[in-house]
Design a protein around this ligand. Structure first.
Ligand code: GDP
Length: 366
């Protein structure tokens, strides 16, 4: 499955957020810098109102959402790249995730210690990013020595790797994250870059953790974070971890009332989960029948056989075709039979690129 790693300085609200996300007390929140020692992983359902629409039409008994994982990664401190705090462990954990959810403290509270002494989320983001860049610089500098030698000897693999490594190295040496080179990168270079598994090449989402009163509006701190994020092509989500922690414990009806009072339309966690999904470039397709409507996750650009493979490897191996109904057609035409009547249930083959919301029925050999 796909994983988002929750990172940030100590005491910014990571564990509070993670607990709310997974509705468990597994990652204990406490006013203590190294509270989260083991990385905790939690799977969350991706909220998608389209599931209910499809299920209603298909008469499904059950709805099964698709899921993504969040990992609460142990506290990073200044100097982590040199082994301070839980430095090396932190870096190893972050290497294993597909995207980074970076929590920034945008709430004032004199009772909660700030490790840097004052509330300045942009400076905090910079502190964390610097540690990640130093770690990347270190690992890349070590690896590139070998590759440079091999490249002069006309080693084919080394000569393809080298230009990508040189470009990443030059960015890091200029104090820039490797993420910057993702924009418009050639497909083959992207594969090479992903293979290098650098920390700063992973996509980032900034989560501004604000006080309850600022949850609907944001504040001066969140405005500065948004400005910074825009320069990096990164996204921001404003959340009050304290509200989310409370909402997570309420029954649905009460949760809705509580959110209404706060001027919020939906739980911030729903926005966060969806933003994480977008960050990972993921889309959803559906399978629907009387038994169940089910959502499945694929990376944007996935072709029909590989999309079928998410359900079962046999579906991919024996793929023949996919009966495909676009989500809007499915809903406006009243489902499969209605779509068939007007020729909107298409038969798609091996080269079809599955679209977000497609309702699919796979035909395959066993
Ligand atoms: P972590 O070290 O980043 O995982 O931070 P925690 O989630 O453990 O939070 C540290 C402390 O800050 C705890 O005492 C939380 O209750 C508190 N905290 C977290 N979020 C908020 C918030 O939005 N407002 C306030 N006032 N306190 C918060």
């Amino acid at each position: 499955g796909f994983k988002c790693g929750i990172v940030g300085l100590p005491n910014v609200g990571k564990s509070t957020l993670f607990n709310a996300l997974t509705r468990t007390a597994a990652a204990q929140a406490a006013n203590y810098p190294f509270c989260t020692i083991e990385p905790n992983t939690g799977e969350v359902a991706v909220p998608d109102p389209r599931m209910q629409e499809v299920a209603k039409i298909a008469g499904s008994k059950e709805i099964i959402p698709t899921r993504i994982s969040f990992v609460d990664i142990a506290g990073l401190v200044r100097g982590a790249s040199k082994g301070e705090g839980l430095g090396n462990q932190f870096l190893a954990n972050i290497r294993e995730v597909d995207a980074i959810v970076h929590v920034l403290r945008c709430f004032e509270d004199d009772d909660i210690t700030h490790v840097e002494g004052k509330i300045d989320p942009v400076a905090d983001a910079d502190t964390v990013e610097t540690e990640l860049m130093l770690a990347d610089l270190d690992s890349l500098e070590r690896r590139i020595v070998q590759i440079r030698k091999r490249a002069t000897g006309k080693d084919k693999e080394a000569t393809t790797l080298l230009p990508v490594m040189e470009q990443a190295l030059s960015l890091l040496q200029n104090g820039k994250p490797v993420r910057v080179m993702l924009e418009g990168i050639a497909a083959e270079d992207l594969i090479i870059l992903k293979g290098l598994n650098l920390l700063t090449s992973k996509p980032v989402l900034y989560v501004c953790n604000v006080a309850e009163a600022d949850a609907a509006t944001g504040n001066d701190h969140t405005a500065k974070v948004a400005e910074m994020a825009a320069t990096q092509g990164a996204h921001t989500v404003i959340i009050s971890a304290a509200i989310e922690a409370e909402v997570a414990q309420l029954p649905d009806e009460e949760a809705k009332e509580f959110l209404d009072e706060m001027g919020l339309e939906e739980p911030g966690l729903d926005r966060l989960i969806r933003a994480g999904y977008e960050l990972l470039d993921l889309i959803t397709y559906f399978t629907a029948g009387p038994k169940e409507t089910r959502a499945w996750t694929i990376v944007k650009g996935t072709k029909a056989p590989q999309a079928a493979g998410v359900i079962h490897t046999d579906f991919e191996r024996g793929f023949i075709r996919a009966q495909t109904i676009a989500y809007n057609d499915y809903v406006t035409l009243g489902g499969e039979s209605g779509a068939k009547e007007v020729g909107k249930a298409r038969d798609e083959g091996k080269e079809y690129v599955v679209q977000d919301g497609d309702v699919l029925l796979f035909k395959f050999n066993v």
